[in-house]
Ligand binder design. Structure first.
Ligand SMILES: Cc1cc2nc3c(=O)[nH]c(=O)nc-3n(C[C@H](O)[C@H](O)[C@H](O)COP(=O)(O)O)c2cc1C
Length: 392
């Protein structure tokens, strides 16, 4: 049975959990590094050992061996990525019929040496198939549909209409009061033009910052559609559109960090900038998420921002819309400060993306994921390779 069928799977066993985790793994993550890890626990808090039964609790955390770390800002992006994943896991469980409850684990991991950083614990509670909600199929469909489209957009974007398509009704932070997140929409006009010009000038920073580019390059995949063995990374065609084998090879060489480091980015700098500006101008809106300065030091803010981002991103996909994050401006402190000034926003910026209807949908064969058998401990038996592609 594929992950897609989990929406109709009425059992509460370990295989059903595996299928839900495979669906949750369709969550977005920076560079598609999928930094999440899930520990399955029994009723005594020990590693779950009974292959015939569901665990009592799941601890979702970050696997530091997979996490991006070339820039300090990447830590926030890892928490955003894992937070979106954890929120999706919680919702899949609740909508399937578990009485699941989440608690956040701020600072649970004290040493930087630990490979795993626990972030949220989800108690599964009792399973009752009668509680299964129609929202499960809607969430499963949105997860399969959502992807990052990086081409030209069209159409219009209305934040409130989009939010009405919420498929994540349950929150990791049920116990916490207040919603300190603010979504903002920038639409064509003077500020929009300034935003386009800002990205034209600065988009190239990704390529010229040595450590950041080396880390990005490690996550680029230059195959046709073949799934990389580790199931992570972004195909070069997801960034620049379909291309034949010889052009993929050329990109592999020209974008190599040693070559870029030695020769500089040739004339590509101007090209990348104008291309991003063109993409922004094709889009009906740029949206961004901020949090009040008073909340800016809250330990779980990135995790919960991840939930807010996943909520909007999935709702957008239900409405036929796509998002394309433009994170470079948030990854470098000087750019972040200039962007805040340009947007007239004195809150902490957490996420920025252009939004709209993609003119050409992304190729689903280029969407790679890790199977729960490799991101869970104790390891789950591998399921059918729902997202794996055959080798070319
Ligand atoms: C916090 C965050 C930041 C991201 N920043 C960028 C970005 O700057 N540029 C980009 O093209 N994609 C960005 N992405 C999208 C990821 O690359 C994408 O989610 C990942 O490759 C998986 O692909 P999918 O979203 O199509 O499933 C970001 C995703 C997240 C969660």
């Amino acid at each position: 049975m594929s992950a897609a069928h989990s929406a109709t799977c009425p059992t509460g066993g370990l295989e059903a959990i595996r299928q839900l985790l495979a669906l949750a793994a369709l969550a977005p993550s920076s560079h598609n590094c999928q930094p999440w890890h899930v520990s399955l626990l029994d009723a005594h808090g020990h590693p779950h050992a009974d292959p015939g039964a569901a665990p009592n609790a799941l601890v979702v955390g970050i696997d530091r061996r997979r996490a991006l770390n070339a820039l300090p800002a990447m830590q926030g992006e890892m928490h955003i990525s894992a937070g979106g994943f954890a929120a999706i896991v919680l919702n899949l469980l609740r909508l399937s019929g578990w009485q699941a409850r989440a608690s956040l684990l701020p600072g649970a991991c004290t040493t930087q040496d630990d490979a795993l950083e626990p972030l949220a614990r989800i108690e599964l509670g009792a399973f009752d198939p009668g509680r299964r909600s129609a929202g499960l199929a809607a969430l499963a469909a949105a997860l399969r549909r959502r992807c990052t489209d990086r081409g030209l957009y069209r159409g219009s974007f209305a934040l409130h209409d989009t939010m009405r398509q919420d498929v994540l009704p349950h929150s990791l932070a049920d116990a916490q009061a207040g919603e300190p997140w603010h979504w903002h929409v920038v639409q064509p006009g003077l500020r929009y033009d300034q935003l386009g010009a800002f990205y034209r000038q600065h988009a190239m920073r990704d390529f010229v910052h040595g450590p950041a580019w080396r880390e990005t390059y490690r996550h680029l995949v230059f195959s046709g559609t073949a799934q990389p063995r580790d199931g992570v990374g972004i195909n070069i065609q997801s960034l620049f559109g379909p291309m034949p084998a010889w052009r993929r090879c050329l990109h592999r060489v020209l974008l190599h960090p040693r070559l870029l480091g030695a020769l500089g980015p040739f004339g590509a700098s101007a090209h990348v900038g104008t291309q991003i500006e063109r993409l922004i101008h094709s889009s009906p809106a740029v949206i961004y998420l901020s949090t009040a300065a008073s909340h800016a030091q809250a330990p779980c803010r990135h995790l919960l921002a991840g939930e807010a981002i996943a909520r909007l991103w999935l709702a957008a996909s239900v409405s036929g819309l796509s998002l394309h994050p433009l994170s470079v401006a948030l990854q470098h402190p000087d750019l972040r400060a200039r962007l805040g000034h340009l947007l007239g926003c004195d809150e902490e910026l957490l996420f920025i993306a252009r939004a709209g209807v993609p003119r050409r949908p992304a190729n689903p064969a280029l969407r790679y994921r890790r199977d729960p058998s490799v991101f869970c401990s104790p390891p789950l038996a591998a399921g059918p390779a729902a997202h794996h592609r055959t080798q070319e």
